[in-house]
Structure formats: C-alpha cells, structure tokens
Ligand binder design. Sequence first.
Ligand SMILES: Cc1cc2nc3c(=O)[nH]c(=O)nc-3n(C[C@H](O)[C@H](O)[C@H](O)COP(=O)(O)OP(=O)(O)OC[C@H]3O[C@@H](n4cnc5c(N)ncnc54)[C@H](O)[C@@H]3O)c2cc1C
Length: 453
Amino acid sequence: MLTDGETMSVDVVIVGGGACGLTAALAARDAGAEVLVLERHRRCAGSSAMSLGALCAAGSRSQADHRIEDDAARFLADIMRKTDDRADPVLAGAVARESGPALDWLSARHAVPIAVDLAWRPAFGHSARRMHSVPERTGEALMARLQNAAEQAGAMVLTQADVTDLDSTPDGRVQAVRYRRPDGAASVVACGALVLASCGFGANRAMVARHIPAMRDARYFGWEENTGDAIRWGQAMGAALGDMDAYQGLGLLAEPHGIDLNPRLLIEGGIQVNAQGLRFSHELDDVSGQGARVIAQPGGFAWVIYDERIDAACRGLAQYDALIGLGAMRSGDSVAALALACGLPEPELTETLASLERGGDRFGRQFDQPPLRPGFRAIKVTGALFHTQGGLVVDATARVVRRDGQVLPNLFAGGGAARSIGGPGGSGYLPGAGLCMAVTLGRLAGRGAATVL
Ligand SMILES: Cc1cc2nc3c(=O)[nH]c(=O)nc-3n(C[C@H](O)[C@H](O)[C@H](O)COP(=O)(O)OP(=O)(O)OC[C@H]3O[C@@H](n4cnc5c(N)ncnc54)[C@H](O)[C@@H]3O)c2cc1C
C-alpha cells in the first residue's frame, strides 16, 4: 500500500489534464461520480493545446445540418483503408460510432461548441467533410472551453500534481495513486476507478528510440511532459500494448519558426518541393508519412509553394497568421523571383510548376483546385514527430485489456495513452484522429469509470 503523506479518497481519479482527461472528467461527472484530475504541469494544456484543434468525427449533428453524407460505417471504412486493414476493427468501430455523438454531447450538454469546418475538404484518407473544431479553430481555445466546462461540472482539477506511482491489488484493481507536488511533498489519493489520460511517450527519447527507431533522430514537436508513464504503469499491471511503433509525423513544421503549418495550404492546391526545386510525393496522400519524407530530402527540409489565392483562403488561421507575422513567408511575382527568394534552382522550379499546369502527376495526385498562379508564396518546413500513437490496448469501452485478453477491473485509458486507430507505423494516421481519440475515448473512459464503482 502507498502510505506516505496525506491520503484522501475520490470516486474517479484521472491522470492528465489534456483534452482526454477533461472530457473524461465531464463524462464521469455526468454519471454522478466525484472526480479528481491530476495534472503534472502548472496548467491544463498538453498536446491538445498545441494542436490545430481540428477533430475528425462522423455522424455529428453539425454534419447533418450541412447535409454532409457521412456515418460510422463510412468513417470505419476510411480508417481500415488508410491502415490497410491493420487498425483494431473493434476499437476503430467504436471510435467511428461514438465520435459524432461525443461532439454533440460536448456541444449540447457542456457548452463546448464543436462544429464541422467546411474549409477542410476531404483529403489525406478522409472521404467526407468530417473535420470539426471550436469557433476559434485552435487547440488552445478547445482546452480553455473544456477547462471551463470541467469547472462548471464540478470536477476537481489539481495542477502541479505529478503522478509517480499506482497501487494495485494482485488481481489488477487500482486502489490509489501517489503524486508529488513541486515542493517534493508526496500525497496519496485512493480511488474507485482510474483513467489514464497522460498521453504517449514522444518526450521520452529512450522509449522513442526503442519503439519507433525510424524517428529516433527526428525533432519532437509535442508536449514535453508526455513521457510514457501510463504505458509503464499499465505494463507493470500486465496490460497489453499495441502498435507501439505507430506515430503521427508531419512534414509541415515551419523552419526555423517552430510553428506547424496548417495542412489546408496543401488541400487548397499547394505543393512541396525540395532544395532542388522538385516535388517528391503526393502531398495529400499521407499527412503523417510526409514527415519522414521531408526529413529524407537533401538538408532535411522542403518548401511549401502556394499562391495568393491560397494565402487569402488561409488568413485567419491562428498558426498561419502567426507565421506571417514572424516573416516566415517568401513571395515572388514570377517563378524566377520566387526561386531567388527561396534560393531554389530556377529551371527545376519552373519545370515543376509547369508540369502542374499540364496536369501530369507521377505521384498520383489529382489536382482539383485552380493551378498555382504568379503571386507565388513559399514557407520553409521540416518534418517532426508530433505524437506517438501506440499504447495501452483498450476495448470498445476504453477499458484497459491485459496481455491474457481479460480486462482490468477499474482501469481505463484514452487519448494518446491508448493504442490508436492508425494501425502500426507512421502512415495510418488520419488528420484529426488524435483529438478524436482524446475526446471519444475520454468520454467512454469517464463514463465507464463511473459505472464500475
Ligand atoms: C503541434 C501538434 C499539432 C496537433 N494538431 C492536431 C490536430 O489538429 N488534430 C488532432 O486531432 N490532433 C492533433 N495533434 C495530436 C493531438 O494534440 C493529441 O493526439 C491529443 O491532444 C492527445 O490528447 P491527450 O489528452 O491524450 O494528451 P495531452 O493533451 O498531451 O494531455 C496529456 C496530459 O497529461 C499530463 N501528464 C503526463 N504525464 C503525467 C503524470 N505522470 N502526472 C500528471 N500528469 C501527466 C501532461 O502534462 C498533459 O497535460 C497535434 C499534436 C501536436 C503536437
């Protein structure tokens, strides 16, 4: 038994105050449980606040309002196609089914308005318009709204509470957790059920090197507190781990500004070229795999090339506006001027842009947007590891599964702590799936935790 320090007892304890943890808190409160969220950082933010705040979901009321044809079956089919049938179909089916209702519930019951973002055309493996966001279209705003909702719902949230240990019985029932305060004092809180919402292991370089050797030297551009604790604790309790080599990369990290560029620049018709002025991929094929592709280019960087029309369409997106403010964008009224501004070889860049005019694409991309026109723009980017996608195996109710296939009696996980729906490796990630997993599994986990008390 954990014994030191002060001991209190709460129905449901949640480790991690990101989107998953706060959504789980709302669901557990709705089910009548007393809830304590323990967050290591001084504020509730996490990768969720760093994100672009775009979530994928199917069957939402907002989609219906816009007469968008989409449902769980279509979402599931997209997930399985994107992962070559390697995603866990049970989990993927549950997430596809529960995602739209989770957003409707947050909007209607907790005043966290999340609506479909019509600007996100189907791309990167989504066959329908199913990206949703809060009105501000940032992860920061999503987190501010979730935190406000959690406070309104009466969830207790303790920041600067670094969870260090779990105490469980030999049959795997969690009894208490220990956390440490900044002054070093340790406290113990007993619980009826525990939700692990402390995300993945992107900030743990040793774990990344072990599980995702392909990205061992890549820059990590995620939350620095996400050190894989849930996975370590789960493993010690006999939990099964899944798809540990899965991750989301991105080939759109503005260099040297360290701000992620919105994929909408590509969806609207932008392209990526390397230092030789040459395209190297179908830019809308694999949002995550593009990270490794960019890193593999000479010098490990690429330029996103777009034009005045796309620039205008993307103004108002917070991260994009910030990059413009920092002077990240280069411009040229002609290909020659752009080549000069970016230090790219003019003949190759001219040929690359001319080949778009001819509609030819050896990478299989179908350009359905107007061709790029003079009034060119460019931003330099590199690739990075954004977050890990492997983790604790959970069932369709977000309950953690043991290596022998039995479920642990009162342990739940969601968001980046759980194995995701992207299958193994770096290419199964669908845009918006990270927050979808946080919110959808967070709701299931909070509700489930409140019902096993
Ligand atoms: C730059 C960037 C952009 C992204 N953009 C998108 C996007 O637009 N759409 C999308 O769907 N996904 C996006 N993602 C991925 C998405 O942000 C994550 O998948 C999602 O936020 C995970 O939510 P979470 O609640 O599981 O984790 P987090 O939001 O990271 O929360 C985990 C929390 O747990 C805390 N914690 C960790 N260990 C402990 C401990 N031992 N004790 C106490 N607390 C602990 C951490 O401090 C953190 O606050 C992006 C990620 C990054 C990095």
